[in-house]
Every structure is written in C-alpha cells, then in structure tokens.
Ligand binder design. Structure first.
Ligand code: SAM
Ligand code: SF4
Length: 326
C-alpha cells in the first residue's frame, strides 16, 4: 500500500486490549483509564479478518500491543492464525513482561517471531515508582524465560524519564551480557507523556559514551521494522538503539498504521485521522468495502507529527498510549 505521501505502508500495529496490569506514570493514571465495555473490543475472528484484508493490500508485518496484550486470554491462538495468513511474514508482540514467564512457551510454539519487553528500571524502587506496581521480579523472570527461546528475537524498550535512579546504564548493560537489543525511546507528548520532560538522544548518548566508550553506528543487516537506529558498543553482544521521534523525526519513512482495540484504524499517533473498521465489520460489510475504507484512510494519512509545533486541537488525539496501542 502506498499512502498519499508516497510512503510504502506494510506494517500494522494491533492493540488487542486497553487493559493493563501496570500503571506507568507516563501512560496510565493510577486509577486506570475508563475502560471500554468488552463488547466494543474486537474479537479474535474480527482481528483475523481485518488482518487478512490488510495482508491482501500489502501488510506483511504485524505487531500485537495494548494496553498489555498478555492480559487478554488467547494470544497464542491469535498469533497462530495471523501467521497462517498468506503474505504475513512476521508477527511480533510488545509486553511489559509481567505475565510472560508462563506464556512464553505457548507464544513461541504459536510462531511468534519477536518480542519487545518494556523495562524502565532495574532498580526495584524506581521500577515501582514508574510502573506503579512492584513487579520487577516478574518482568525479569519473563526476560530470563524469553532468553531460553533464541528463535524469538528479543528487544528491551526503555523510556528515559530523566530520573537518575532509573540507572539507564544498567539497562544498557543487558546488551553486553545477552543477545538483546536495548532501545531507548524518547518520551512523546501523548496522553500523560505530556507531563514529562523525558531525556533526548543526545543527552543519553553522552551518558552512555561516558560509561561504555564510543557508540559506533551499526550499518549491518536491518534489525526490526521500524525507525530505530542502532549502535554497536565494544564488548556488547546486542546493540543499543534509539527511537527518537522528537529529536530525529522519522515521519518521512513512516511505514505503519495502527488498529485500536475497538477497531479504529489510526494512520498517525498524533492525530485522530482514520476510519472505524469495526463499524464495517459488524454491519456486515464486504471485504471490498473494508479495503475501500483502508484505502481512504491511507489517502489522508498525515504527513507527519507536529509535536514541537501547535497542531490543530480538534484533530489532535486525546487518548493516552494504552488506549491507542503504543
Ligand atoms: N504494555 C505493553 C508494553 O508496555 O510494552 C504494550 C503497550 S505500551 C503502550 C508500548 C510502549 O509504549 C511501551 O514501551 C511504553 O513504554 C511506550 N510508551 C507509552 N507511552 C509513551 C510515551 N508517551 N512516549 C513514548 N513511549 C511511550
Ligand atoms: Fe501498561 Fe505498557 Fe502503558 Fe505501562 S506502558 S501502563 S505496561 S500499556
């Protein structure tokens, strides 16, 4: 699929739930967000059908996200069916890792290709302060279990908030010891993220280089589907990556669209632009009607975010990341 700006769109991020077992301060309020009724959330056959139609249009990679995808029962079954769709080459999942230990084997057997585990601190106090729950032990158990399945590629995602006790170098260390790529994601001013300054790539690079020596730009075989740029570090097995939507805007290379758990096709994180696919699916619409809706949405995909400028209020997304599907 080619969008209105000539970009090739082949990557779909599906949010399977708006529920979560953590309350990361930049993503969800302590009391949780207003959850939608379960009947509003797309069911497995609906997700599979939309994915099949998307694959016929050129989507070849799918990422399952949320909320926390592993709180939704049946992820292995969904992954198995998505992998069977002709044209779908890769199905990956992003998780906070809390429930991973017991599900890892089934996810792998279902054909999961890759896993991103979010981890903002290895310091118990700090993890709890950021995630709102004391589940560092469970997340680490999840990571250890994931390392037992080398056929599933593993990445750690960390959002630097600018808190010293986050001990970012300790997280980067994981890439020294294990075949894990550690990626630092710049805080985006979406939902509760607006309340944090975060830490930008240049500042972080300086910190990491003081600790580990020069970060050497990695130019080998492409890693993953996205805008992350990677560096090698002497003595490290994994790479260090940066996803810097603010300081290194990458909208020109955007290859993705998002489906919220309620079936809204979102074409840009910052804007409400998109189409309600659930409405088409539940009102008996044909595959051709779905395809037309998707094509219409792509014809209006925004050129890029305007996080640093003033974007039109009425077109700007008010939902938080857990509701959109980060
Ligand atoms: N619960 C899963 C997890 O934490 O990986 C999947 C959903 S979560 C919304 C996906 C990713 O979005 C996480 O790595 C999280 O840190 C990131 N995220 C959430 N809000 C963000 C923000 N405002 N800016 C940048 N990243 C954010
Ligand atoms: Fe939950 Fe992920 Fe949001 Fe944290 S970042 S509250 S784990 S959805």
């Amino acid at each position: 699929m080619i969008d209105c700006c000539g970009r090739k769109i082949d990557y779909l991020r599906i949010s399977v739930t708006d529920r979560c077992n953590l309350r990361c301060i930049y993503c969800m309020p302590e009391g949780g967000v207003k959850l939608v009724d379960r009947s509003m959330i797309l069911q497995e056959p609906e997700l599979v059908r939309i994915s099949r139609v998307m694959a016929e249009l050129g989507i070849c990679k799918i990422k399952l996200t949320g909320g926390e995808p592993l709180v939704r029962p049946g992820m292995p079954s969904l992954i198995r069916q998505l992998k069977e769709i002709p044209g779908i080459q890769k199905v990956t999942l992003t998780t906070n890792g809390v429930l991973l230990k017991d599900q890892m084997r089934d996810l792998t057997e279902a054909g999961l290709d890759g896993l991103n585990i979010s981890l903002d601190s290895l310091n118990e106090e700090c993890y709890k302060r950021i995630a709102g729950r004391n589940y560092l032990h469970e997340t680490m158990e999840g990571i250890r279990e994931a390392l037992r399945y080398p056929e599933v590629s593993l990445k750690i995602n960390c959002v630097p908030l600018g808190l010293e006790e986050q001990e970012l170098c300790e997280i980067a260390e994981l890439a020294r010891k294990y075949l894990i790529h550690v990626r630092f994601i710049e805080m985006m001013p979406i939902g509760y993220g607006k309340e944090f300054r975060g830490m930008q790539e240049a500042e972080l690079t300086e910190l990491l280089e003081q600790h580990f020596g020069k970060l050497i730009p990695y130019e080998g075989e492409k890693i993953g589907n996205g805008p992350c740029h990677y560096y090698s570090v002497e003595g490290f097995i994994g790479k260090i990556g940066f996803i810097s939507a603010i300081s290194h805007k990458f909208c020109k290379e955007c290859n993705r669209i998002r489906l919220t758990s309620q079936g809204y096709l979102k074409t840009c994180l910052q804007y409400t632009a998109g189409r309600d696919l659930r409405e088409v699916v539940r009102s008996g619409g044909t595959d051709e009607e779905l395809k037309n809706m998707i094509r219409e949405a792509l014809a209006e995909k925004p050129e890029g975010h305007a996080f640093l400028e003033k974007a039109p209020e009425d077109e700007t997304e008010k939902l938080c990341m857990s509701q959109i599907g980060g």
